[in-house]
Design a binder for this molecule. Structure first.
Ligand SMILES: Nc1nc2c(c(=O)[nH]1)N[C@H]1C(S)=C(S)[C@@H](COP(=O)(O)O)O[C@H]1N2
Ligand SMILES: [Mo]
Length: 220
């Protein structure tokens, strides 16, 4: 799906493009995760805000598929039952949104990204990943970050099925990068030989997005 099929002119989308242009929320401070749990320029929330492009697709587990393709030895095309039959993992992590909120201690259950990669087996030339979702959203990150120990394809949050507004039935969570890398309603994972920009990355946001180095925008 291309960018012009998603509501890229929504109010939030336009505001976030402008923040990228203006460098909004950059404090110029740095902090290290070992000593300071809250990344620079972030504030803590107890609720869990909903952020997306405005379309929250209805994805029934009857028709849900997850495909893994590109530079892999074994391309995958899994239905819900097959996905549930994979080893299930629990992780607790903090999340950090580029719009400056962070939320501590989220309990996720699902499939560890590294367990899925063990099945698909990325080829030696693989370096990056492109994620594509049911709403047309795309985002990119290095393969090593996608495969991080705490990265999880989450189907449950706080022991409840992941709600539709937060990306249910399944979303990615990569806690050590800003939350826009954590695709909701994930449909396809493409393993690539080079980096390429996803939706926000083409709209002024960082190719990598490390909250600890405050890599919010393209030039940071
Ligand atoms: N499919 C999809 N995933 C997405 C988005 C989106 O618009 N579509 N928005 C991203 C952004 S910008 C953020 S901050 C988080 C928000 O997740 P939440 O709504 O569960 O807090 O989802 C990310 N994943
Ligand atoms: Mo975001």
């Amino acid at each position: 799906m291309s960018d012009d099929q998603i509501p890229a002119d929504s109010k939030l989308t336009n505001s976030k493009r402008r923040w990228a242009d203006e460098g909004k929320f950059l404090t110029g401070r740095t902090s290290r995760p070992e000593t300071d749990r809250l990344p620079p320029g972030q504030h803590l929330v107890k609720n869990w805000p909903v952020l997306d492009l405005g379309e929250q697709p209805v994805v029934s587990t009857d028709t849900w598929r997850l495909q893994v393709g590109g530079l892999v030895e074994t391309p995958l095309d899994l239905g819900w039952t097959a996905f549930q039959a994979l080893e299930q993992t629990t992780r607790v992590s903090d999340i950090h949104c580029v719009t400056t909120w962070s939320r501590y201690d989220n309990k996720w259950k699902g499939v560890a990204t590294r367990d899925l990669l063990d099945l698909a087996m990325p080829k030696a030339e693989a370096t990056h990943v492109m994620l594509t979702s049911y709403d047309g959203y795309t985002t990119n990150l290095p393969l090593a970050d996608f495969a991080a120990e705490d990265a999880i394809l989450a189907t449950s949050w706080e022991d409840l099925p992941l709600s539709r507004e937060h990306g249910g039935p399944m979303r990615l969570i990569v806690p050590h990068l800003y939350l826009w890398k954590s695709a909701k309603w994930l449909r396809r994972i493409d393993i690539m030989p080079a980096d390429a920009a996803g939706f926000w990355e083409r709209n002024g946001y960082s190719m990598y997005g490390d909250p600890w180095r405050e890599q919010r925008y393209a030039d940071d």
